[in-house]
Ligand binder design. Sequence first.
Ligand SMILES: [Zn+2]
Length: 173
Amino acid sequence: MLPKNIKATKEELRIHYRSGLSQKKIAEMYGVSQGYIWMTFKRLGLRSHPKGRTPRPWQQRFWNYVDKNGANGCWVWTASRHRFGYGLLVKEQSTTKKRGRHRTAHRLSWELHNGAIPKGLSVLHHCDNPPCVNPAHLFLGTQADNNRDMFAKGRNKIGRRKGNNCTIQIEAA
Ligand SMILES: [Zn+2]
């Protein structure tokens, strides 16, 4: 039985459920609380995380982890970070147990706003704030530019101190 104030059929809810929409989003769509959706799903025998659901595209998940600080401020990544401070996000979420590969958030931000990064180029920060993903603070450069920039800003010392035994596979920053 559906709560009377939800104007959705069971079949509609099942479709939303299979599409991988979050319960929060479904609740917003029907103007009810998330708790209501949770209860309804429970009554319909649907679990909150269906197996084999379509993983949400990274372009959507990206924004869950961005703390925007105005148009000109640094948009700081709030999820996990690389040891150099760059934000990390799994671009292709895997439905199997194998973990997806981490990408750096500032490179994903560039892709999101400007399209693919030409092969061999790095995405550098004008603001020298590694977790920042504000596209206005990013620019393309070569690895040589990156090294020059790093030395100029003294970031190379962090890398030396911790060595090169990075366990998370990422692209060149
Ligand atoms: Zn910034």
